[in-house]
Design a protein around this ligand. Structure first.
Ligand SMILES: [Zn+2]
Length: 320
């Protein structure tokens, strides 16, 4: 089975094998012989990405950019190892994420707490440092020239403070990392989305997220390309789903704010997040078997639970 999905003539999704197939992808964009990689999976993804480049006949020297949307390990963990294999690639990242790529000590330690030892060893791997002389800070609305094209950078906080996204004006593709939610191809019954809000720790912010979605919608993209997983050809429905899910998430989470006991509050959050997912799953008539979907979503629900638990804990601290 190939791990390459063509999106259009110049754009491919490559499965980064985030623990399992079809859980996270990276995008390869080409113009006039130059390439950009948007997101780069974990340290363990390098072999799959390099294999896909070889299958596509891409000269590693022709990759001009590595563009992690944010510095969570499923998007940026592989930057260090991959940058060593792509000799001309420059890494561009949000200013808040920059130092964590050059010295990933803190990033690895924080990720170990969230993932646990098993996931960290099995699916993720430790991030390796990126050489400082090839790592640059992005600016909001910056344009990155690629062949005869220019990719537009947008800062898109909500999932993470340091999240940025990339728009290709030639193809109309919008590469939104995690800001357009998670919607796995294998769970979709049609081109409408089955969306899941990934509220990962540590800086989930619903208000910022709404604003980021409006910023993206203002560009009227033809397609939105998700890291988890693949392209959605109906961006309008994705925006609507995301606005609705953020509101629903925040409303239900606030009802749990006053639970005194940390463990009881966390348990209630976990149930709430499963509930959010199963509602979408049923409404969208997902073709996936329920037991399979439960296994598939375990990691996402766990990470979102951690994020909302962290968010409510902070709200409680500020209240007292
Ligand atoms: Zn992610």
């Amino acid at each position: 089975m190939s791990n390459i999905t063509p999106i259009d003539n110049n754009t491919y999704a490559i499965d980064a094998y985030y623990g399992y197939p079809l859980h996270a992808c990276v995008y390869l964009v080409e113009d006039n012989g130059e390439y950009a990689l948007i997101d780069c999976g974990t340290t363990k993804s390098e072999i799959y990405i390099m294999g896909a480049l070889a299958k596509l006949g891409v000269d590693p020297q022709a990759v001009k950019y590595i563009l992690p949307t944010h510095v969570h390990l499923d998007h940026a963990g592989g930057t260090g190892v991959l940058s060593k294999r792509l000799p001309n690639a420059k890494v561009y990242v949000h200013p808040y994420g920059h130092r964590h790529l050059i010295d990933p000590t803190k990033l690895n330690a924080a990720s170990l707490v969230i993932y646990g030892e098993y996931m960290m060893n099995f699916a993720v791997g430790k991030a390796q440092p990126v050489a400082a002389d090839i790592c640059y800070e992005l600016e909001d609305n910056q344009e990155l020239s690629l062949g005869n094209n220019k990719l537009l950078v947008q800062f898109t906080p909500g999932h993470a403070k340091h999240h940025c996204s990339f728009f290709d004006p030639k193809s109309g593709n919008y590469f939104g990392g995690d800001v357009l939610g998670n919607s796995y191809e294998s769970m979709r019954s049609d081109d409408k989305s089955l969306m899941f809000l990934c509220s990962a720790p540590i800086d989930y912010n619903g208000e910022d997220w709404h604003n980021s979605l409006d910023k993206i919608a203002s560009l009227s993209p033809k397609r939105v390309c998700l890291c988890h997983y693949g392209a959605i050809n109906n961006p309008q429905s994705a925006f609507e789903d995301m606005h609705r899910l953020i509101d629903k998430n925040d409303r239900l989470a606030m009802d749990l704010l006053d639970i005194e006991d940390d463990a009881a509050r966390r348990k209630a959050i976990e149930q709430m997040i499963w509930g959010l997912f199963w509602d979408e799953f049923a409404t969208r008539k997902s073709p996936m078997h329920k037991e399979h979907a439960e296994k598939w979503m375990e990691k996402d629900v766990y990470i979102s639970t951690e994020g909302i638990a962290h968010w409510l804990k902070n709200l409680r601290k500020n209240k007292n």
